[in-house]
Each structure stands twice: as structure tokens, then as C-alpha cells.
Design a protein around this ligand. Structure first.
Ligand code: ZN
Length: 346
């Protein structure tokens, strides 16, 4: 049996939702992670510091007593966001970052931004005060193929923002393409990217081959194998610009197994096990700690966590729970479909 010890990880992108779902899913994250950036796309979205603080209270009340966990709150940018109020909320530490959703890009993003130019004054002020910008980097124009949306966003929007505001701290979230890995790798030092476990584990065949698999449907959508390989490369090679953001997102099975199934993968439960297996298979276990515990904190200018976790290699594949229950509804737990031998020691 092999064992590794690493600094306790952080998850730089989670969806906790609210109420009963929040209570059901939060232990799956707080069991293994010390901090998370919490997405603001509730219905209605979190639009200001006051709403963020109230949501933070609800989150804190849902955290199991034995878990030591800090939620970092975000504000949902719209074309009407007040730049002074936004930056005041940041400077008073009510919120940690602002999230840019192009309108219609994903779950609950209808109030998102249609024209990037309209929010440039807000981004400029964020740049001045050092407030991080988190981006769902996909265009949503009808004429753009769903598999090209990230690349087109980089060409049409991200490049513009980076050139106008090189000092702005930007995280291109849940990247999925070779083009994104290259753009971030070559970009200025304030531009970084987060990567999810499911985009490292699967390519788009996992949605379509042998019958449609609604539980592997997420946005940005899974891409070709060459893109997955590019993601593996930058995640495992020790580059400081890439780190974990799981994008774990709970949806009821009934909403996913549906004639208009919703996007999102709930991966919090076995995220560390799956990633450790992926890093071992890539012969890069030595870089696991940078990816899940160090690079994100250093981009956000936070200290790394002071506690550690142990991950143990079993002689047999670990058995995944299939779902968690919220009342009578199931939330299916992500299973990448390959054998995973690593388990976090409690
Ligand atoms: Zn997300």
C-alpha cells in the first residue's frame, strides 16, 4: 500500500445551490477541501455584497460542525453592476471575486452579460483594486457550434479584455480546449485557468457512444480526445497557471434524464480520488499537490492551507456511492468509469 501526504486542497469553483440541496451536498466538499469559491448563479443570482453575506451565512450554517471550511463569495456581474458598490464589497471583504457569465451560457445565466464592452468600466475598476475576475469563457451566439464556443470566446472577448487590462487578475474557468491551454500558458502572468476533474477524465465520446449519457452532459461540453490530452498535460506538468476548480454542480437525476436534460456534473464526492488516479496514470503524482493545493491559492494571493491530508492507495478499486438523496430526489455522483485505487484517509 502506498500513501501520499499533501497540503489540504482548495476547490476554486463550486455550486452549492441553496436550501435542501445546499444541506445535502455541502459535506461532500467540506470533507476534503479547506476553501472554495462559491458561484453566485442562484435564482435570483447574487448581485451585491449584502446578498452574498446572507448566502454565506446559509452556507456556514449547513457546514458539518467537524469540518473546517471557508466559503469565498462571489458577485454575479450584469450590465447594470455598479462598479463603486462592487469594489466596496470587495474591499470590505464581503466578497472575494466577481463572476462573468455571458448571457445564456449555462444554468441560471439569463441575467449575464450580452456585450462585454458595457462592463469594461467595471472591469477597469476591478483591475485597479486587485479584485479577481472569474470567467465562464463561452460565446452563446446561435450560429457558433457548441464545440467551438470556448475558442470563439477567447478570440472575440478574452483577448480583448487581456489586452485592455493586463493587470486584471483573470481566471478562465473550467477550460476544455487545447486552444485555451495555449492561450493561458502564453498569456500574461495575471491570466490563469481552472480545470475540472470531468474534463480531465472524459472526452465527448462519453456523452454519445453507446447511447446518450445525460449524466456526462456539462457546459462547457466535453471535447475531443486531443483536447483532453492537452488539459492533462498542463494540469500535470507543474505549471503554476493551472489549478483545480471542480465546477461540481448538483442537479436532480430527473432534470438530467429528461427530454431537455440540464447541464452539470456533481463530482465533489470522489474528486480527490479520481484526480490522484489521473496524476498517477500520467506519472505525475509529484505535481498533484501544486494543482490541487498550491497554484490556486498563490494566484489569489492567499496562504496555502496549514493542515495536510493523506491519500492512500488500496489494493482494490474503491467502490463509489451512486447518488445522494435530497428528499425523494437523487443527485447522481460522478463516476469516470475507470478504476480508481486512491482514497482520502479520514
Ligand atoms: Zn460552474
Amino acid at each position: 500500500m502506498k500513501e501520499i501526504e499533501i497540503i489540504k486542497p482548495d476547490d476554486w469553483h463550486v455550486h452549492f445551490r441553496d436550501d435542501d440541496i445546499l444541506k445535502a451536498v455541502i459535506p461532500e466538499t467540506t470533507r476534503h477541501f479547506a476553501r472554495s469559491i462559491v458561484m453566485p448563479n442562484l435564482t435570483p443570482p447574487i448581485l451585491n455584497g449584502k446578498q452574498a453575506i446572507k448566502y454565506k451565512e446559509r452556507i456556514k450554517n449547513a457546514i458539518p460542525k467537524a469540518h473546517n471550511f471557508e466559503p469565498l463569495m462571489t458577485i454575479y456581474l450584469t450590465e447594470n453592476t455598479d462598479k463603486f458598490e462592487l469594489c466596496k464589497s470587495y474591499q470590505e471583504e464581503l466578497v472575494f471575486a466577481a463572476k462573468l457569465y455571458p448571457a445564456g451560457a449555462t444554468t441560471n445565466s439569463d441575467s449575464g452579460v450580452k456585450d462585454i464592452k458595457k462592463i469594461m468600466p467595471v472591469l477597469e475598476t476591478m483591475s485597479e483594486v486587485g479584485m479577481p475576475l472569474l470567467i465562464h469563457g463561452e460565446v452563446t451566439h446561435k450560429e457558433v457550434d457548441i464545440f467551438d464556443r470556448e475558442k470563439v470566446f477567447i478570440d472575440q472577448n478574452l483577448d480583448f479584455i487581456c489586452k485592455e487590462l493586463p493587470e486584471l487578475k483573470i481566471t478562465l474557468e473550467h477550460i476544455t480546449t487545447k486552444e485555451a491551454t495555449e492561450y493561458v500558458y502564453e498569456g500574461n502572468e495575471n491570466l490563469v485557468a481552472s480545470i475540472t476533474p470531468h474534463h480531465l477524465a472524459l472526452n465527448r465520446n462519453s456523452i454519445f457512444v453507446g447511447g446518450i449519457k445525460p449524466h456526462n452532459y456539462c457546459l462547457p461540453i466535453l471535447k475531443r480526445e486531443k483536447h483532453r490530452k492537452a488539459l492533462i498535460k498542463v494540469a500535470t506538468n507543474g505549471s503554476k497557471k493551472f489549478f483545480l476548480g471542480t465546477d461540481t454542480a448538483p442537479h436532480f437525476a430527473s432534470d438530467k434524464e429528461n427530454c431537455c436534460g440540464c447541464a452539470g456534473i456533481f463530482n465533489a464526492s470522489y474528486c480527490i480520488s479520481i484526480l490522484t488516479q489521473i496524476f498517477e496514470d500520467a506519472k505525475s503524482l509529484k505535481n498533484l499537490e501544486s494543482f490541487i493545493s498550491i497554484n490556486g491559492a498563490s494566484h489569489y494571493q492567499l496562504p496555502s492551507n496549514s493542515t495536510k491530508i493523506k491519500i492512500i492507495k488500496k489494493d482494490y478499486p474503491i467502490k463509489f456511492k451512486k447518488f445522494i438523496l435530497v428528499g425523494s430526489e437523487k443527485i447522481m455522483i460522478f463516476n469516470p468509469g475507470f478504476k480508481t485505487f486512491w482514497e482520502v484517509k479520514n
